[in-house]
Design a protein around this ligand. Sequence first.
Ligand code: SAH
Ligand code: DHB
Ligand code: MG
Length: 228
Amino acid sequence: MSGDLMPVTWERVDRYFVEALLTQDAALTAALTDSSAAGLPAIAVAPNQGALLQLLALSMGATRILEIGTLGGYSTIWLARALPAEGRLVTLEFEPRHAQVATANIARAGLTDRVQVMTGVALDSLAALSSAGAPPFDLIFIDADKANIPAYFDWALRLTHPGSVIIVDNVVRDGKVTDAASTDESVQGVRRFIAALSGDVRVSATVIQTVGSKGYDGFLIARVNTPA
Ligand code: SAH
Ligand code: DHB
Ligand code: MG
């Protein structure tokens, strides 16, 4: 990364917009402090990223949301708050402790009725959702182990409908994504994913690079055009 001062600027600008535009109530801030107290890594989406997810879900009128990678439920709360009372969010997490912290955070946010935390290896949970005949999801947020992004996206195509939106976090990672020789399995996971997506007419997709309190990274946003 070039320039030591840039991350400081990114943080300051994030803080400026977050303080001006967003209300983080007690349930959201407590989700972060309790996650931290429980020793969970500080890798939840930034507040303005959570708000972006919520705005997208609201704009689409999503009633069914799937999240792969729960951590302490911070992004879960932003997303679930976009749902109408009868809407549902399913979130997948393989660390029982993370799932436990998330379940408490979701309860404090008053979202227990709308959110189901599935504990287990995400690939197993996705297979289980599929074989249980889960109705298609309108929005899927992929934010778990990056080496499995290609497999998660394949499942996402099978669990959505034309018009659904799939968002993948962390596809830029300080620009490492362009290093074809990288030995980082997260980088290679993203690169295999992008290679598979290239020319895939079933989806329309783009990537937006981001800077801010989470450093330099990016989201892929895809719209499902035709069923898998
Ligand atoms: N979406 C969260 C952050 C998720 S961090 C937020 O923004 O608030 C990624 C999470 O994915 C971690 O909790 C990690 O335990 C979980 N994870 C990693 N590999 C997984 C797997 N194979 N199956 C299910 N969850 C996994
Ligand atoms: C990591 C994972 C994330 O999902 C994220 O947004 C940032 C960092 C990580 O595993 O380091
Ligand atoms: Mg992430």
